[in-house]
Ligand binder design. Structure first.
Ligand code: SF4
Ligand code: SF4
Length: 497
């Protein structure tokens, strides 16, 4: 059964092709045909039922008032952001170098393979940060420095300070942790500069997967990096790259590790590996981990302490943004309008020796339904209705909570009442205490590329020529062009380390 028509890419030549997304024996597949390279049929989502569930939480965003590029061709050839893009940037990314202190075969950024140095100057980075903050009507709130390995830059601490000066509320670095492990002072300096989160590549709790994925046993390095962050109170999100047959059986152990270290680990964001066009199609099919696969592995490996049904698409939280927007008299708010098939997440609370997913004690659907009603009342009644709506929400919303199932260590009803009655950010902090965000984002590759997803993307690279390019377009199409245009031959550049 055909579900929708979209466009995708030829995995070999990257030409934009018409494509069909269809259901086949409860599996969602994508097919397309390139005149030169033939037909391709690949898995898109491995469960039709979960595909339908996620779809309910989709919402089209409003995009930008000030797009950077014109629409001259079809998506994704106009990035960006062009006027057809449907979401604003929530997380901005800047590759601050393509140098790296490791050579991993699965690297997105393909560091140093090109034999050219891509390393924007401090002033170029300032300009890219400004471009992101200049997005209208919602300036980009969060920035991640990536690479290559961002900590090989000597000015990484100053770059964090710079992001804070330019108005980013949230800053993070994507790192392999090698420098943080060797140099405790770096963790302290980064923390002092205003770094909020270390986005730490962390593939396993045993040695073997590191040897296979990263060509080197890095487990002790990761543990040392975590210790050095703990000493200075620098929050960590673990980022495992998932490969079937290599570490997909470690999901439960990684989550247990995170829970044991919940004083410093804020979340785990699993990222199934993306495949380059040169990977044979049958290998792609064999090794592909989709979002439904991930949810199923979590349930199996966590002995049902976290179940498939505890996961919701990342986009399900849009009612919160609309409510705050209505409360603020229509001032546009950060809204998570990424495609519902891009990511999945749940919060779990750790209560003594129990793990309690948020969905076990909050009726999430009812909660958002009530929130939508409050938003409607605010929009109809104007600012005069505010006190009344807030008072009602602070009574009605806690009714969606089953206190007998909630963690004993936090008074969740009171926290929600305070958030809505007093708009207390301290209460929001209390909500996050002892909780872990468990998420998975399935980045696209040319095999499963779907322009419906990329045009709703909320994670965008800023590049030196002023463009802002959605993550999945950048890594499938644009990266070689950008790196070539703004890099110099490596042998001409003195090693700056
Ligand atoms: S991905 Fe977004 S910015 Fe790029 S061409 Fe498509 S709509 Fe435009
Ligand atoms: S980065 Fe890719 S997977 Fe994530 S929101 Fe953007 S398009 Fe979707």
């Amino acid at each position: 059964m055909i579900i929708k028509k979209t466009t995708s890419l030829c995995p070999i030549c990257l030409e934009v092709l018409d494509a069909e997304v269809y259901e086949d024996k409860d599996k969602i597949m994508i097919r397309k045909e390139c005149k030169e390279h033939g037909k391709f049929e690949n898995t898109y989502w491995s469960s039709g039922e979960l595909y339908d569930k996620a779809k309910k939480y989709g919402e089209t965003g409003k995009g930008l008032e000030n797009p950077q590029t014109a629409v001259k061709s079809q998506c994704p050839e106009n990035c960006g952001l062009c006027s057809e893009h449907e979401s604003h940037t929530i997380l901005g990314l800047i590759d601050v170098t393509n140098r790296c202190n490791m050579k991993c075969p699965v690297c997105f950024a393909n560091a140093a393979v090109s034999k050219r140095l891509y390393e924007p100057s401090f002033e170029e980075i300032r300009q890219m940060l400004r471009n992101l903050r200049n997005n209208k009507p919602v300036p980009t709130p969060a920035i991640q420095y990536a690479g290559g390995e961002p900590t090989v830059r000597k000015d990484i601490v100053d770059l964090i300070k710079l992001a804070k000066e330019e108005g980013f509320v949230h800053t993070q670095i994507a790192t392999n942790g090698v420098k943080l492990a060797k140099n405790p002072q770096l963790a302290e300096d980064l923390k002092e500069a205003g770094l909020n989160t270390v986005y730490l590549q962390f593939d396993a709790v045993t040695e073997e997967p590191y040897l296979k994925i990263r060509n080197r046993n890095l487990l002790s390095t990761k543990l040392e990096a975590i210790e050095n962050c703990r000493k200075v109170g620098l929050g960590i999100v673990l980022v495992p790259t998932l490969l079937k047959g290599i570490n997909h059986d470690q999901i439960g152990d990684i989550l247990r590790f995170a829970i044991k270290n919940i004083d410093i680990i804020r979340g785990v964001n699993f990222q199934p590996v993306s495949f380059a066009g040169r990977t044979p199609s049958d290998e792609v099919e064999e090794q592909r981990v989709t979002i439904p696969d991930f949810e199923k592995y979590v349930e199996e490996q966590m002995d049902s302490q976290i179940k498939v049904e505890d996961f919701y698409p990342a986009s399900c939280v849009t009612p919160i943004s609309h409510f705050v927007e209505a409360l603020e008299g229509g001032k546009p708010e950060i809204t998570f309008t990424c495609n519902p098939h891009c990511g999945t997440a749940t919060y779990v609370f750790v209560d003594k020796d129990k793990i309690i997913p948020i969905t076990r004690f909050i009726d999430v659907d009812r909660f958002f339904e009530l929130l939508n009603k409050s938003t409607e009342s605010l929009n109809k009644g104007g600012i005069m209705a505010k006190a009344k709506v807030l008072a009602r929400a602070s009574v009605e919303l806690p009714k969606t909570i089953d206190m007998s199932k909630s963690p004993e260590s936090i008074d969740i009803k009171n926290i929600i009442a305070q958030i809505f009655k007093e708009r207390s950010y301290a209460a929001l902090g209390e909500f996050h205490r002892n909780s872990l965000l468990v998420s998975c984002m399935h980045f696209m590759d040319p095999w499963n590329f779907d322009h419906d997803r990329v045009k709703q993307c909320v994670i965008h690279y800023a590049v030196p020529d002023g463009r802002i390019i959605p993550f999945c377009s950048m890594n499938t199409i644009y990266r070689p062009e950008i790196e070539k245009k703004f890099s110099k031959p490596l042998k001409q550049v003195k090693d700056q380390e």
